[in-house]
Design a protein around this ligand. Sequence first.
Ligand code: DGY
Length: 321
Amino acid sequence: MRVFVTRPIPEPGLAKLREAGHDVRVAPQDRKLDRAALLEGLAGAEAAITMLDDRIDAEAFDAGRGLRVVTNFAVGYNNIDVAAATARRIAVGNTPGVLTDATADLAWALLLAAARRLGEGEALVRAGQWEGWGPLQLLGWQVAGKTLGIVGAGRIGRAVARRGKGFDMRVLYYGRRDCPEIERETGARRVTLDELLAETDFLSLNCPLTPETHHLIGAPQLAAMKPTAILVNTARGPVVDEEALVEALKTGRIAAAGLDVYEKEPVVHPGLMDLKNVVLLPHVGSGTTETRAVMSVMCADNILAVFEKRQPPSVLNPEVL
Ligand code: DGY
């Protein structure tokens, strides 16, 4: 079978597909594939491994008439029209579980970097402008003992919360339903979004992007947060109204933010670029060598299972199998 991969990914999954006798065709350029090349690559393929910034919609599925399975090299799948896939009896897979720790670690890296002003400190030292220790220099915010607010108590939200226990934090969460695991693991309490915003010192966004979570955090929500609060987003950019966030950071409505994701990636709002109280990373939540290798294998396993009529490790529309 032909498997089209829209961008180079770590070798282990590709090797597994080749060893199983499949014809693996990887787009050669390490950048987002343009639309025409994407549609051309999908044509003639029985399976595809797609990236989170490839728009896989009805047009894409129609271009790939022979597709049996598409698996995203990501846990998030807001770039894929799963209903359009289901209508064409194409299975859609993703990579949950294997990137939980990497992404939770990165959320914490952002949280600590924003709280302790790591970017500003590093820039000062690198610029050769540091004149020595100062009692008022680059004062940040204490993390230990504060309140950690989690939006979305899925795997990653829970892992972020568990790390908070190591910092003696009180954990609150907001989600669509009760999550007994996060409550058991961290003593977290489920609250309304209003309560979460009012009580949280560090707000970590860990929900998927859906029509319900689009701009979940906008001007009214930012206004409801503490002026000392810090926002961390490792989920998807459009969960936050970036325009409103720029205003809140500029006017001191909230203290700081740590962002790994943006509304219009790879474009970053120019207002964010100008601010010192925001840490900006280039969507590297799952970006460890180990995790990306395992994601590659999970994509391969999703595809092999569909080809071999077995249950894939992660399929979003099992009804087509
Ligand atoms: C995902 O897998 O959805 C993450 O955003 C990758 O970093």
